[in-house]
Each structure stands twice: as C-alpha cells, then as structure tokens.
Design a protein. Structure first.
Ligand code: ZN
Length: 162
C-alpha cells in the first residue's frame, strides 16, 4: 500500500459556470488556469501520481505545451491514472476536500464522485468528496480562490513492480 497527497488552487474570475470535479456547476464565477482549471481533478491527479512517486501534473502536462491549453482535466486524469496502472498500482480509495466559499456544493458532490469514479473505472464508494467554505475570511472566504486537496491510497498489483 502507498499513499499520495495532491493539493491545488486556482483563482476565480466573474462568469460561470464553475468547472469542478469534472462537471459544470451553475455559478457566477469560474476558475482560471492554463487548462480548464478544474482544481479538484488536478488535486486527484497529483495524489495518484504522488502515490506512485511519478512526476507531478505540472511535469506531465507542462503549461509551456500549447496542447495543454484549455485541456480537459478529465482527460489528463485518465492519462495519469494509466501511468499509475503501468507502474503496477491500482487505486484503493480517494478522499478529497474542496474549499470554496460559494456556491453550495452539497447538491453536486454525488455527480462529481460518479464523474471521477467513471474516469478512473472505480466504484463511486471508492471516492469521497467533502466541501468546506472559507468562513468568510482569506482568499477563499473572499471568493478569490478555490482550493482542493486529495489523498489517494493505492495497492501494488500481484506481481507488480511495487
Ligand atoms: Zn490546477
């Protein structure tokens, strides 16, 4: 068994929707970044790569490569997961936290869990997502930033490189 930690943050700008966890959440702000800026999928991707001690998302998909401009983060997650599988690991479970002042994410959590599970060919029960606010203070509380963290547990396949 190995554990990985992924952390990411993206700033927000006016105009929705909010792309988060592979779905479009209705909102009046969106995340800004080189790719589609899906902060939750980036944290999941880095947690998986980290669990296998592979190069992180920034090295796998450099922002100097025009191919990564506005790239679908679900596609990047799938490619990273394939690298982790090639390295001889399968995912046991993921646990994630999203820090966003608005919108209320409770109604969208299950859709995100199913989207991430689908991209990784997991059961949704293997994917946990929790949402927190910024308590009205700091860059998250002022709605300038959304932060996501994820831990991933992976298990070496029988006969895998380990
Ligand atoms: Zn990111």
């Amino acid at each position: 068994m190995r554990i990985g930690l992924g952390e990411d943050s993206h700033r927000t700008e006016p105009g929705g929707p909010l792309r988060l966890g592979g779905i479009d959440v209705p909102h009046d702000r969106h995340l800004v970044g080189h790719s589609d800026a899906d902060v939750l999928l980036h944290a999941v991707t880095d947690a998986l790569l980290g669990a296998a001690a592979l190069p992180d998302i920034g090295r796998m998909f450099p922002n100097t490569d025009p191919a990564n401009r506005n790239r679908d983060s679900a596609e990047m997650l799938g490619l990273a997961a394939a690298k982790v599988a090639e390295a001889g690991y399968r995912v046991v479970n993921l646990d994630c936290v999203v820090h966003a002042e608005r919108p209320k994410l409770a109604d969208y959590i299950d859709a995100m869990r199913h989207r991430i599970a689908g991209a990784l060919r997991l059961n949704p029960h293997q994917v946990s997502i929790k949402a927190k606010t910024g308590e009205g203070v700091g860059p998250v509380g002022r709605e300038e930033l959304v932060v996501a963290r994820c831990v991933a547990l992976v298990e070496a396949n029988e006969g895998g490189s380990g």
